[in-house]
Ligand binder design. Structure first.
Ligand code: ADP
Ligand code: 5GP
Length: 208
């Protein structure tokens, strides 16, 4: 089991507040390369719900074009550790077992749920399990590719990781795909438009 940390959320319980003022927590997972980023961009633009992304913190280096505070809060390992020790994370994990940490900051979630927003977490399977301990009613969606071979093709075409890093991600992907059944919904991202439509339908069905 990789190193992990899952702090207690703030004492206020947004899910138990008055029904109208309560937001929703939506957790989206899927192997790297499944198309989560691509799908979510479309979801934010096209789904009629008060969606807000939770911007995760990470110690990994930004990819070209990634913006601090938008794609991630890019932290140094020291700053990440400091915040972790300070109990600022709802959950955090060393996702690829090679020293890169990822985590959801409490400040990205609780205040927005309280304000009635639908907060979207894009996190891995271990993170989802930790979040469900605190927010058991979270809506969980797993985005999957048609096959691991297709994942390999997409990651290779994306060109943002070395071959060794891709191999590592494919290994994690095989393990993650075996966990897909933990999620309330599974969306196969083979044809992008169809996957976006399905995602929006799921949100709509959970909206009332
Ligand atoms: P993730 O965020 O899950 O790691 P990305 O959204 O970065 O995945 O997608 C990985 C690559 O696959 C990108 O180059 C993206 O353009 C491509 N991609 C995403 N969805 C599809 C799809 N339905 N068909 C083909 N390529 C796709
Ligand atoms: P990437 O480096 O491709 O942006 O993300 C790699 C993986 O880290 C993805 O599977 C993504 O879901 C996961 N991830 C991103 N943010 C978080 C987070 O805050 N917590 C956890 N547990 N996983 C995360």
């Amino acid at each position: 089991m990789p190193d992990a940390d899952s702090a207690k959320p703030n004492d206020d319980k947004p899910q138990e507040a008055g029904a109208r003022a309560t937001g929703k927590l939506i957790v989206i997972s899927g192997p790297s390369g499944a198309g989560k980023t691509t799908l979510l961009k479309r979801m934010y633009a096209e789904c009629p719900a008060p969606l807000v992304p939770s911007v995760s913190a990470t110690t990994r280096k930004p990819r070209p074009g990634e913006v601090d505070g938008v794609d991630y809060h890019f932290l140094t390992p020291d700053e990440f550790r400091r915040r972790r020790e300070n109990g600022e994370f709802l959950e955090c994990f060393e996702v690829y077992g090679r020293g890169d940490w990822y985590g959801t900051l409490q400040s990205e979630v609780a205040p927005r749920l309280k304000a009635g927003k639908w907060v979207v977490l894009e996190i891995d399977v271990q993170g989802t399990i930790a979040v469900l301990e605190h927010y058991p009613d979270a809506l969980t969606i797993f985005v999957q590719p048609e096959s691991v071979e297709e994942l390999d093709r997409r990651l290779t075409a994306r060109g943002t990781e070395t071959r060794a890093a891709i191999e590592r991600r494919l290994e994690v992907a095989r393990r993650e795909l075996a966990e897909a059944e933990r999620y309330r919904y599974r969306v196969t991202n083979d044809e992008l438009d169809a996957a976006v439509t399905r995602l929006c339908e799921i949100l709509k069905s959970c909206g009332s």
